[in-house]
Design a protein around this ligand. Structure first.
Ligand code: SF4
Length: 334
């Protein structure tokens, strides 16, 4: 694996968070560590990435705005010529950060789960008004804001709130993200999308993009049985999608993908190790996981079952770890 032929650096800069989301994926991280590499080391990692042709950096969490040096590291990455983006719940946004984001033209992705009852139920806090105020403030400062709206078993058929929100603010792109049954969401069976509901969501999603020309809705790689040809044609793309990304965790762990359950089991090494050693066995296990996910996904589509590619990878990853039962925990009724 060539770590530094990558285009996009994803950094989960902290695992701390000021929200209590019921569906948070953080709990799927086995052996979680709150270690911070420190500003100097993060700058060195960014230097390494830039010197090897990297183009973009995205700061994730936890909640990245809680990282004490977030403004400094975003600014540094921008000075080094990288495009910058951040995925934040925007609860802890303050004036000084807005100034940094403005100067660096940082692209802001934010979780937005209205209406109020939905936000409260999912995020555990009554902060929707604050988030909307902060989105408006960022936009007033000339920044692009990209909402990420979780789609689940109780809202998939009516996405009017997020549609109206985006249209009323001339938001250009929004993600509709089907709930993934990992982390805390593994306990939310009532909210998982059944295969039939996923199929209905795919229709709603297609319709939304036909009807709303000003906003582009994007989503995960989801397929209906009629898309079997397209799924097969995308085999190489699906299996190599993460090759563009260098995913680094707060303690320096290198991960092939941020959306795997028990992802530490797939940790490829640590970016701070010199010389860098990549765990070939784990890399091979990840590639095998993708192969198995593809076979499983294809077989489901052939049987007439809609699929979400990320979930197929998660199920295959669980099975990879514990072939007897783990995958079954994520498998929905077919
Ligand atoms: S889902 Fe995001 S915002 Fe919610 S608790 Fe987890 S890290 Fe925080």
């Amino acid at each position: 694996m060539n770590l530094f032929g990558k285009e996009i650096l994803n950094i989960a800069i902290t695992l701390e968070c000021d929200c209590q989301c019921k569906h948070c994926y953080i709990e799927s991280f086995e052996g979680i560590s709150d270690k911070d590499l420190g500003l100097k080391t993060w700058k060195e990692i960014i230097d390494l990435f830039v010197n090897n042709g990297g183009r973009e950096v995205c700061f994730h969490g936890g909640e990245p705005l809680l990282y004490e040096n977030i403004g400094k590291i975003v600014y540094y990455a921008w000075q080094r010529g990288l495009e910058t983006s951040i995925i934040s719940n925007l609860i802890s946004l303050d004036h000084s950060l807005i100034e940094v984001f403005k100067e660096t033209q940082t692209y802001i992705l934010t979780s937005l789960d209205g209406p109020r009852e939905n936000y409260f139920q999912f995020r555990g806090l009554d902060k929707l008004d604050l988030i909307i105020e902060n989105i408006d403030l960022l936009r007033k400062n000339g920044l692009s804001v990209h909402p990420i709206h979780i789609v689940h078993g109780k809202n998939y058929s009516d996405l009017s709130w997020i549609t109206e929100f985006c249209n009323s603010r001339e938001i250009k792109v929004a993600t509709l993200s089907p709930l993934q049954p990992i982390g805390r969401a593994a306990q939310l069976k009532d909210y998982w999308l059944s295969p039939e509901e996923l199929g209905e969501f795919i229709d709603t999603f297609t319709q939304l993009n036909k009807e709303n020309k000003r906003v582009k809705f994007v989503t995960q790689s989801i397929f209906k049985p009629g898309d079997l040809g397209s799924f097969t044609a995308q085999e190489n793309y699906l299996k190599t999608y993460n090759d563009r990304y260098l995913n680094i965790f707060n303690d320096g762990s290198i991960l092939p993908d941020f959306d795997l359950p028990d992802m530490r089991n797939f940790s490829l090494g640590n970016i701070t190790e010199i010389p860098l050693k990549i765990n070939q066995k784990k890399e091979k296990a990840y590639r095998e996981t993708l192969d198995k996910a593809f076979i499983r996904g294809k077989s489901k589509l052939q049987k007439g079952i809609p699929i979400n590619w990320i979930e197929e990878v998660q199920i295959a990853a669980k099975e990879q770890l514990s072939p007897d039962k783990q995958g079954k925990n994520l498998e929905k009724e077919e």
